[in-house]
Ligand binder design. Structure first.
Ligand code: COA
Length: 257
């Protein structure tokens, strides 16, 4: 149990709130477990028809807790808390919506690739700095991004790993709407209630058909990414990147080949 992820039913919508503001909502193993549990809860409860992931007006999440990263990932990726969460999210059969503001870093961006609707505040800074941290793509991003955006755009986001704005995300087709940060959650919640009022089996069938073309390849990609990711976490490049973050400096990769 952790109070760093809060869940609350609002009508037939399960609101899942990432709640660790002092660490920019960075996600620990326990928080991933709670996020995965929320997806399972939604699956099991017939009265839940939609899930909303959110943070607060200023921050969605700064991604994986970098101290946890430094400690590595135990065992098979899909059985780790982050792997379990990502697989549950990718396989969710009910609609999932995200309301994001401020930093949406690492998994804070890749988890959105598995959401059905995404609403972003105009203060959102998306970023997938995996290569910048000596790591590699995760969450199926190495398949979904080139498929949706084209190879060079995906490579730019994943290899340069620079932050991009809500306007950029809108132009790339990664979000549905840009909001005033104070309104992002209510706008998203409104969409959730509309989804919850739709015919549930029709919505499940629609989601299943939208996911079908990439389903098998996605699973395969997520397993390959997970394996590579776990290896990269143990690399000297990643160690240098994590040390640099703690020391509040830029990493120096000049000595690596
Ligand atoms: N893991 C652990 N701690 C984190 C963190 C993370 N991913 N992101 C932020 N924090 C901590 C900071 O170390 C800082 O702690 P301190 O107050 O003890 O110094 C605190 O949260 C506030 O963060 P800060 O960097 O001061 O906020 P900011 O508004 O200037 O910047 C970010 C916000 C998200 C841009 C910046 O924190 C950042 O780049 N975080 C790392 C993101 C990342 O690389 N995530 C992994 C993705 S794979």
């Amino acid at each position: 149990m952790t109070d760093l992820v809060l869940t609350e039913k609002q009508g037939q919508v399960l609101v899942v709130r990432i709640n660790r503001p002092d660490r920019k909502n960075a996600l620990t193993h326990a928080m991933y477990t709670a996020l995965g549990d929320a997806v399972e809860q939604a699956h099991a409860d017939a009265d839940i028809r939609c899930v909303l992931f959110t943070g607060n007006d200023e921050c969605f999440t700064a991604g994986n807790d970098l101290s946890d990263f430094a400690a590595g990932l135990p065992g098979d990726f899909e059985e780790t808390p982050v792997g379990r969460f990502l697989f549950l999210l990718a396989c969710a059969n009910k609609p999932v919506v995200a309301a994001v503001n401020g930093p949406a870093v690492g998994i804070g961006t890749t988890m959105l690739l598995h959401c059905d609707l995404v609403f972003a505040g105009n203060n959102t800074r998306f970023q997938m700095p995996f290569a910048n941290l000596g790591l590699c793509p995760e969450g199926g991003s190495s398949l979904l991004l080139p498929t949706w955006l084209g190879r060079v755009r995906a490579a730019e986001l994943l290899m340069l790993g620079s932050a991009f704005t809500a306007e950029d995300a809108d132009r790339l087709g990664l979000i549905n709407r840009i909001c005033d940060p104070a309104d992002t959650e209510t706008t998203a919640l409104d969409a959730c209630h509309k989804l919850a009022a739709q015919a549930p089996a029709a919505i499940r069938a629609t989601k299943e058909l939208l996911n079908r073309p990439t389903r098998e390849q996605l699973k395969d990609t997520m397993l390959a990414e997970g394996e590579q990711f776990a290896e990269r976490l143990k690399s000297p490049e990643a160690a240098e990147a994590f040390k640099a973050f703690m020391e509040k400096r830029k990493p120096d990769f000049s000595k690596f080949d």
